[in-house]
Design a protein around this ligand. Structure first.
Ligand SMILES: C[S@@+](CC[C@H](N)C(=O)[O-])C[C@H]1O[C@@H](n2cnc3c(N)ncnc32)[C@H](O)[C@@H]1O
Length: 259
């Protein structure tokens, strides 16, 4: 698959992620940067980690990548660049031109495009990635997972990072640099391990594996076999797909901090 290197901006209104606080943080490689919910709750964004090289948890994701890899919301591109450096076919897509620029500068291939727009290689990617909270893109995890299913080749795999806490939240957020600059509001979501599996099942995926490293939780999703119309629904099955995940409602939001 040939992956074009371009920074053509997406059509339509300027997406909120392109707002200055994020673009500036990517240019400098430094935070502080937060997602601010309307009630003032702040989710710190790990700009420095995203701009650094891969760590052990990232490597655990890369070691599970098969064939051609599409990194959805690649940010400054540490995963795409690492794959490219190993001779792998990898494309990052991101709506933020500064992210695409940084990815290309570090040796990756990237395209300035929303995951919800037409993409090269639809239905031909072997692996897709939603890492660093990117399951929140668009604010509707089931819709994002359905869209992602259309990007993968038959038998393709989706590697997804879940939130560190058991949460299932859709909200409106703004980018906040902690110094008074706020971006425009946009929809976002946070999804813990159990909620991820609920959304995945609703979108036609099944869990093919899961792991935790350095406090980060990941799942490998595979297309679910077509349902036998006569079979009982499995949603809410008592069999835990991800053993050890705490039960109970989503973690309460803590003003000013988030894991
Ligand atoms: C939480 S950050 C993750 C950063 C990234 N994974 C990294 O390694 O730095 C979310 C990223 O998704 C991008 N994004 C937001 N909406 C998007 C969309 N609809 N399609 C593609 N990328 C999107 C943002 O520009 C941002 O870079």
């Amino acid at each position: 698959m040939t992956a074009p290197t371009t920074s053509r901006p997406p059509a339509g209104p300027v997406p909120a992620w392109r707002a200055d606080p994020y673009a500036l943080a990517l240019r400098t490689g430094r935070g502080p940067l937060f997602l601010r919910r309307t009630d003032g709750w702040l989710l710190p964004l790990e700009v420095e980690r995203w701009c650094a090289g891969t760590d052990a948890a990232d490597e655990s994701v890369l070691s599970r990548c098969r064939g051609s890899v599409l990194d959805i919301g690649c940010g400054p591109g540490r995963l795409v660049a690492a794959l490219a450096g190993r001779g792998r076919r990898a494309l990052g897509i991101d709506v933020t031109p500064a992210a695409v620029t940084r990815t290309v500068r570090r040796g990756g291939t990237a395209l300035c495009r929303s995951v919800f727009e037409p993409l090269p290689g639809e239905r031909r990617w072997d692996t897709a990635l939603l890492i660093d909270g990117n399951i929140g893109i668009g604010g509707d995890p089931t819709a994002l997972l359905e869209r992602t299913a259309h990007l993968l080749a038959p038998g393709g795999r989706l590697l997804v990072e879940a939130a560190a806490v058991e949460v299932d939240e859709r909200c409106e957020v703004r980018l906040d640099d902690g110094r008074g600059t706020l971006g425009t509001p946009f929809p976002w979501a946070r999804v813990g391990r159990r909620a991820l599996l609920r959304h995945a099942e609703a979108a036609g995926w099944r869990a093919a594996g899961s792991w935790t490293l350095a406090g980060r939780h990941f799942a490998e999703l595979a297309p679910a076999p077509p349902r036998d119309p006569g079979a009982p629904a499995t949603l809410g099955s008592p069999t835990p797909l991800l053993p050890g995940t705490p039960r109970g409602p989503g973690a309460p939001a803590t003003p000013g901090a988030a894991p």
